[in-house]
Structure formats: C-alpha cells, structure tokens
Design a protein around this ligand. Structure first.
Ligand SMILES: [Zn+2]
Length: 405
C-alpha cells in the first residue's frame, strides 16, 4: 500500500547511545543489537479516523524509529492495515456505506494525519486485502498438518488454531487475568461448541476456496483471522527476528498473545514488546461508542497547528496512561512559541543540549524529560545571538523529535 512521504531529516553531528526500552511482557529492558532493527506495529482497522489514542501510539513508535536511526541502526518497519474484519463490516452496515469505500476513506484520512504529524512512514505498509493469498496458503498448511481444525455451526465453517499445545501460550505474564472472560469481551468466541480449547484463535472464517473476493460477495461471511494476519505479515516482511512488536495496551491480550503463539509456530523470535498507554477523555478511554473521540483532523480544523498536537503527545511517556484536556494543547502552544524564538536566537551549549536530549531518549524514550531539558535551555538563551546554536537546535527538533518549528 502506498504510504506517505518521508519527512525531511537533517543530519546531526555524532551519534545517540544505544536505546533501551522496557518490554511490556517481562518488565526487563531490551536493546536491539543491530546492525538492522526490525519493528512491527499493529496497524489500524479503518473505521475510526485517527483519534488522539491512535496518534499517541504511532507517534510513540515514530520516536522509536527516530532514536534507532540516530543510534546508527538500519530500521525495517512493517505495519498492517486490517481492512477486512468484522468491526469494519458492522460499521459499514450501520452507516449504510459500502465497506470498501469506508475502508478506503479512513485509510486516506489516516495517511494524511500521519503526514501532518510528520511520522516517518513504515518501510512496508501492508493491507490484508493485498495479503490474502499467503494467508490462505498458511491456513491450508495448518489444516493439512493438523494444527488447525474446522468447526461448523449455524453461521458456517470456522477454522481454529490449536494454540493450547504451545506451552508458552497465555502463561506467566498474563497470570491472574481471567483470560476466557477477557477473550469473550474482546471479540473472542470462547463458548463456541466444538472448539478444542476456549482460547483457540480463529485462523479463517468461512469456507476456504469459496470465491470470497468476487464482486458482490457478502462481507462478514468470510475473513482471515486477525492474529495470524499480523504473525504472517511480520514474518514475511521482517524475517524471523523481530526486535520490537508494538501496539496499544488494549492489544496485549488477546491479540498480541495470539499473534505470539502463531509466531512460535513460524519460528519467529520477538525480542521485546511495547504497548503504549491509553489516552482517555472525560474520564473514559476514547471510543466511538462513548462518543468521546478527539480526532487529530478536527483539532487541526479548529486551528491547532499539527506541531502543537505532536508536542502535546510527546509530553507523555509512551508507556503511561493519560487523560486529554484542552490544557494539553495550550501548554504545547506556549512551548512552541517559546522554542520558535530560540530557533532564531540560538544559544551557547546547543551541542550539550543535543547530548542531553539523546541521553533522555535513549532511556526508554523519555520524551517528557527531553522536552524539559529543551525548556530550560530555551529559557536560558532567550536573548542569545548564536546562529550556529540556532541551526543545530532546529535540526535536532526535526530529526530527533519530528518537530518542524
Ligand atoms: Zn497485530
């Protein structure tokens, strides 16, 4: 899938120290050994335009990409688009629009929001609708080898992966969670008669080989399983070692755990998992059903500069939950104004500032601390006159923070 343009990334002197990030599953710090660094991030299901929760996630992984690049790693980044899935079909039916048109319009909106926020595009942006043949082949292989099995009910045939033969599946890091209950509440079907285990994930819904891609075929009658989709796309585009698998915190279980069991089957090693914090508004996690979505495109329409929105997101560390208020944008607006002044005046110690910012980012992508360091420097240099310092500051903001002042 065509993504969006790469933002301008001026070269910076020197190199960042190696980045360590905290693995959500183990709590331990992980570092990509290089020279390549592979990142897979679970992408959107295109039925809710980019709200601040989405933007926070993709800007967080954009920071990971920037810091990896700055430390000399060659980054390979794949992200999927789940453009064939039940929530999309349901939304299309509720709003009486063609599901493909809905998906395409939402993909376009996401694309323009990412460009506006100066996010570095993935190396490979893969729509499931363009990846059906490899998925179908993989599911057929699983069935042939007895690793997947079919169950037929009133709504036709569904194939499941027999995940519970994997000893690491849903183990220690999920201890204490009622997995069957959580699975049922998040689109799973633990109660379905005929399943060998309640936590076996769907690999294919509908009859394989039916002409499901034909014009006019009813959506929702067939679809690939979401979890095997991410496992297979990541393996095909990144290989068998993935440094970081990422997504929102709401994907830890069931989605990423089920993806992980498919990874085991495919001999894929994932070195670390990063799950970004939840953004809430008016006391609740942003969701269409609660009607409390704050859309990036709407904020920009209201007159907030995209760089103000980006700076507001960077003011929270990637793994923290936070609540959005308009004050977040007001604070970011004041910061942008102050920093713009320094962008012209510059100041002594810009090289030291670059080092400090790099040090904070290398420590689990601590963006709030990096921003505070810039605040202090900007305040101290408000009346300086240092062209060289000004240029270095401006380049650092662009390349390391994605802020085009
Ligand atoms: Zn995924």
């Amino acid at each position: 899938m065509r993504s969006w343009p790469l933002p301008h990334l001026p070269a910076l002197p020197g190199q960042a120290p190696a980045l360590r990030v905290r693995d959500t599953r183990t709590g331990e710090f992980v570092t990509a050994p290089g020279p390549k660094a592979a990142l897979y991030v679970c992408g959107i299901t295109p039925y809710d335009a980019t709200h601040l929760g989405h933007a926070f996630t993709y800007v967080a992984f954009d920071m990971l990409v920037r810091v990896w690049r700055d430390s000399g790693l060659l980054v390979e980044y794949a992200q999927n688009i789940t453009d064939i899935d039940d929530p999309l079909f349901e939304r299309a039916e509720q709003t009486d629009v063609d599901w493909r048109e809905l998906a395409d319009s939402q993909i376009e909106l996401f694309r323009s929001d990412m460009e506006t926020l100066r996010v570095i595009p993935p190396t490979d942006w893969v729509a499931v609708s363009d990846f059906l043949d490899p998925l179908e082949t993989a599911v057929r292989d699983l069935i042939a080898s007895g690793r997947a099995y079919g169950v037929t009910g009133d709504d036709g045939r569904t194939d499941y992966y027999h995940a519970t033969s994997d000893a690491d599946y849903a183990s220690e890091h999920l201890a204490g969670i009622d997995l069957i209950k959580v699975f049922g509440e998040n689109g799973g079907d633990p109660e379905r008669p005929g399943k060998r285990h309640p936590l076996d994930p769907i690999v294919w819904k509908g009859v394989l080989g039916d002409d499901f891609r034909a014009e006019g075929a009813k959506p929702g009658v067939w679809r690939p399983g979401w979890h095997i989709e991410c496992a297979l796309i990541s393996r095909d585009y990144l290989g068998t070692t993935i440094d970081i698998q990422g997504g929102g915190s709401d994907l830890v279980f069931p989605h990423q755990e089920m993806t992980s069991t498919h990874h085991h089957e495919l001999d894929v090693t994932v070195r670390g998992q990063m799950n970004t914090g939840i953004v809430s508004y008016e006391g609740h996690k942003m969701s269409k059903s609660l009607g409390n979505l704050v859309l990036v495109s709407k904020l920009v329409q209201r007159g907030f500069e995209p760089m103000v929105v980006r700076l507001a997101l960077l003011n929270h560390r990637w793994d923290s939950d936070w609540e959005y208020t308009d004050d977040e944008l007001n604070l970011a607006e004041r910061r942008v104004t102050r920093w713009r002044r320094t962008r012209h005046t510059g100041g002594a110690g810009a090289s030291e500032l670059l080092e400090t910012v790099r040090r904070h980012l290398a420590d689990n992508l601590d963006t709030p601390k990096a921003l505070e360091a810039i605040d202090a420097w900007a305040e101290a240099n408000e009346h300086a006159d240092d062209r060289e310092g000004a240029l270095l500051f401006d380049d650092m903001c662009k390349t390391l923070l994605g802020l085009y002042l």
